[in-house]
Design a protein around this ligand. Structure first.
Ligand code: HEC
Ligand code: HEC
Ligand code: HEC
Ligand code: HEC
Ligand code: HEC
Length: 197
């Protein structure tokens, strides 16, 4: 029978298989590390905004309360965003010549909200509401980090399912005791239906 492959082929194939396996292991390790890294959750990455707004100047330097601009946070699901009027209350006087503030005038003229980009938006299948968390005495910084010192708003916590669940498991006993006392039946905080529709 004629030889189809030159001598030494077998060794080379085995070598190739070994290299292939090593590449697979490396790729797997990399994918695993990436999925758990800050980069995958876009921590510390600012979003392009219509106006270069700075919490460091307004909440930090000027000392404005978070609720001055995010008025819904105590009562509702959404914290809410400031209207153009809220900004122009000051910026009709201060910095009123700045072209940076043009989107405020456009929003006002067209009667539409300023198109701020979000760095915290959760996927649509997750249910979240601010009010019960603030009612439980939590601080903005627990989930948003030191916003008042941020020149550009970034995500400080992953807001992953694990992040939510860690606290919900810990908070469950106190909540159960509170609700038993009030006589309202409530599903455990770690139940899937608490956060998923
Ligand atoms: C003068 C108004 C103003 C004040 C005061 C203010 N914010 Fe904001 N906030 C904004 C604006 C405008 C945006 C959208 C632009 C941006 O993300 O920087 C924003 C965005 C945010 C976001 C990101 C929302 C998202 O969807 O990703 C968080 C979180 C936030 N603010 C928290 C706070 C906290 C906490 C405080 C108090 C320490 C605070 N803000 C005070 C105006 C304000
Ligand atoms: C328990 C965690 C937690 C706490 C505490 C918290 N937030 Fe949030 N915040 C979130 C999550 C999660 C989102 C994204 C919600 C979504 O996409 O449905 C969010 C979204 C926001 C937004 C974007 C607008 C909106 O509501 O969708 C603003 C502004 C904001 N938070 C401000 C605040 C301020 C101000 C405080 C404190 C007074 C605060 N948050 C406390 C978790 C928290
Ligand atoms: C309580 C008054 C007040 C309110 C309300 C206010 N600002 Fe300001 N803002 C200031 C002052 C004062 C400065 C100037 C700070 C400095 O440079 O000394 C400033 C600075 C700025 C700057 C320049 C930032 C830079 O990097 O130098 C921008 C842009 C801006 N504000 C946008 C906004 C927007 C958008 C809103 C509404 C979400 C807003 N401001 C609400 C008082 C205010
Ligand atoms: C640091 C603690 C903490 C973190 C982090 C946290 N939660 Fe909560 N959450 C609570 C507590 C405490 C309550 C219950 C408040 C009460 O019983 O009045 C609650 C209540 C809720 C409720 C209302 C449940 C109900 O039926 O009353 C939802 C929905 C919810 N959390 C979703 C989330 C999601 C989604 C995340 C992550 C993005 C998250 N939470 C992160 C502490 C936390
Ligand atoms: C305390 C809130 C909370 C509870 C309870 C919870 N989840 Fe989640 N879940 C989340 C959040 C937040 C995300 C989105 C994370 C992200 O941004 O991708 C998520 C994402 C998911 C996803 C999408 C895939 C993924 O990993 O992102 C699935 C599937 C899921 N959850 C299933 C479940 C099941 C099943 C349960 C019950 C055993 C459960 N969840 C309980 C908050 C919760």
């Amino acid at each position: 029978m004629t030889q189809l492959f030159p001598p030494g082929t077998d060794a080379r194939l085995r070598g190739l298989a070994l290299v292939g396996a090593a590449v697979l292991v490396l790729a797997g390790t990399f994918a695993f590390a990436w999925a758990r890294s800050d980069g995958a959750w876009r921590l510390g990455v600012p979003a392009p905004q219509p106006i270069p707004f700075s919490h460091a100047i307004h909440a930090g330097g000027l000392g404005l309360d978070c609720r001055f601009c995010h008025a819904g946070v105590e009562r509702g699901a959404e914290a809410g965003m400031p209207t153009a009027e809220t900004c122009l209350g000051c910026h009709a006087q201060v910095w009123n010549v700045s072209a940076q503030l043009q989107p405020l005038h456009t929003a006002l003229a067209l009667d539409v909200p300023v198109a701020w980009a979000s760095v915290h938006r959760l996927p649509g299948h997750v249910r979240f509401a601010h009010a019960p968390h603030l009612g439980a005495g939590l601080d903005c910084a627990t989930c948003h980090g030191a916003v008042a010192s941020m020149p550009r708003t970034v995500k400080a916590e992953t807001l992953s399912m694990g992040f939510c669940l860690d606290c919900h498991r810990e908070a469950q006993p106190a909540r159960a005791a509170r609700h038993a006392h009030q006589g309202i039946p409530m599903p455990p905080l770690a139940d899937c239906s608490t956060c998923h529709r």
